[in-house]
Design a protein around this ligand. Sequence first.
Ligand SMILES: Nc1ncnc2c1ncn2[C@@H]1O[C@H](COP(=O)(O)OP(=O)(O)O)[C@@H](O)[C@H]1O
Ligand SMILES: [Mg+2]
Length: 245
Amino acid sequence: MFQVEGLAKSFEGFMAVNGVSFGIEEGELSSIIGPNGAGKTTLFNLLTGRLVPDRGRITFRDRPITGLPPHEICRRGIGRSFQITNIFPRLTVFENVQVAVMAWKRKSRNIFLRASRILRDETREILESVGLWDRREVLAGLLAHGDQRRLEIGIALGSHPKFLLLDEPTAGMSPAESMVTVELVQQLARQWGLTLLFIEHDMNVVFGISEKIRVMHMGSIIAEGLPEEIKANDQVQEIYLGEET
Ligand SMILES: Nc1ncnc2c1ncn2[C@@H]1O[C@H](COP(=O)(O)OP(=O)(O)O)[C@@H](O)[C@H]1O
Ligand SMILES: [Mg+2]
């Protein structure tokens, strides 16, 4: 479904992403792990059009998307959430998701869309699935951190992605909250038939949820495999031990 070949990006001579290639199957739930500064977020920015690669190719459903602007990549069915929470703090929870659904539907040119039942129903469905329907009237800026992270996933879902990229969705959450969010994400993936790729730092989350794991280190993917294979990989252990000491 999604193919990356020889992707590279440097910042003033520093190779943040250095020749990354991998493929993702439809319906796959996989993750990218790696120490801070490995290039994970930069890779996501390349995949979603926020950054243009120096070289390499990205293909989604057999069509090239390399170098397309973010809104065009989004329109084709690739959604994302950000490592740093990206919501409208002065809008309510409901409005945050409604805006996302509306932006996605704008092309239908229906001037009554704002009040339309479809829009409300879809917003409701998304909020229920991320567990925020009860808090729909709360201003987003007043939500607890974990709820803001879940709202962000809801906003990403508003654009009806087929392929969803989540950058550290459990960052800053307690272990209990992380678990709830992970279960939620898993359930959503099944319910919506999503293909999921997430960057994650919490190893319990990574090994609990991933069907496949890719390890990034200094701009390259140095290992790819099943969770058990990654756990047993000497090079991976070295990198993580090195980070701890
Ligand atoms: N816009 C930028 N300009 C210069 N350097 C950057 C920029 N974005 C990221 N980098 C550098 O690229 C490297 C990879 O960063 P990043 O992709 O954020 O890593 P990760 O998400 O794995 O922690 C880091 O050394 C970072 O400082
Ligand atoms: Mg990052």
